[in-house]
Design a binder for this molecule. Structure first.
Ligand SMILES: Nc1ncnc2c1ncn2[C@@H]1O[C@H](COP(=O)(O)OP(=O)(O)OP(=O)(O)O)[C@@H](O)[C@H]1O
Length: 238
């Protein structure tokens, strides 16, 4: 990695209610580029994103982020009870933009996700997929340096998924470091340069996406990718 990583996690551990959620996790995310995190339910993928975003403080370890703007699109979008336009505007409050630039950027973002005609409608009345597209419009409008994505297209139809995947690729091409959590392995193969497999709170394997997906080296990655019951394999492996 020539550039310093956009995200550097080292030895990060988190315990809740006596359970180990993250177990000395190491994770580097390159900038620019798309890094995917895959792994079974409960592996700690969402928690890792929340640790990176500062929503959860780990018990131990180092979390270092390169400076810059950060956007997070959750599996269930966090929207306020206001118009679609106002929701996109919220992402821009800390940016120094003229009123005209701000309005142009908001409308361009809404148009990009096919919601411009709905700009004045109440966001909380949108369908799940429309809300997700709106959350993406907000993230895109911010031009973030770091984009954290948790199952970003889980509720989207194929056409909307294609639009969003195009946006993700475009943002990475413009210099954003993207960290993508997804169970959609086709999507991971289409988008991610590098993929990390998380199992029981540890990064058990990492590599270029295609070689990792097609020839995993570890028992945990193989178990996840072939759909075997991972918890029994992990118990046996650890
Ligand atoms: N605030 C919390 N308090 C206690 N346990 C938690 C908390 N948040 C998450 N966990 C636990 O941490 C583990 C990892 O959860 P996480 O949501 O990161 O899994 P995941 O890998 O994203 O799974 P999935 O693929 O199902 O989304 C789970 O066992 C979950 O119950």
């Amino acid at each position: 990695m020539s550039e310093p990583p956009a995200i550097h996690l080292q030895n990060v551990s988190l315990t809740r209610d006596g359970r180990t959620i993250l177990d000395r996790l190491d994770l580097d995310v390159a900038a620019p580029g798309i890094t995917a995190v895959i792994g079974p339910n409960g592996a700690g993928k969402s928690v890792t994103l929340r640790v990176i975003d500062g929503l959860i403080r780990p018990d131990a370890g180092t979390v270092r982020l390169s400076p810059g703007r950060r956007a997070f699109v959750f599996q269930r979008p966090a929207l306020v009870r206001a118009s679609a336009r106002a929701n996109v505007a919220l992402g821009l409050v800390s940016l120094k933009l003229s009123r005209r630039e701000r309005l142009e950027r908001i409308d361009a973002a809404l148009a990009r996700v096919g919601l411009l005609e709905r700009a004045g409608d109440a966001a909380t009345r949108f369908s799940g997929g429309e809300q997700q597209r709106l959350a993406f419009a907000r993230a895109w409008a911010m031009r973030p340096d770091l984009l954290l994505l948790d199952e970003p297209t889980a509720s989207l139809d194929p056409a909307a998924t294609e639009t969003i995947e195009g946006l993700i690729t475009e943002m990475a091409g413009a210099g954003t470091a993207v960290l993508l959590v997804s169970h959609n392995l086709g999507q991971v193969a289409r988008l991610a340069d590098e993929t990390v497999v998380l199992a029981a709170g540890r990064a058990v394997e990492r590599g270029p996406t295609r070689s990792l997906l097609f020839s995993p080296r570890t028992v945990e990655a193989r178990a996840y990718l072939t759909g075997e019951l991972p918890w029994t394999s992990f118990a046996a492996a650890s």
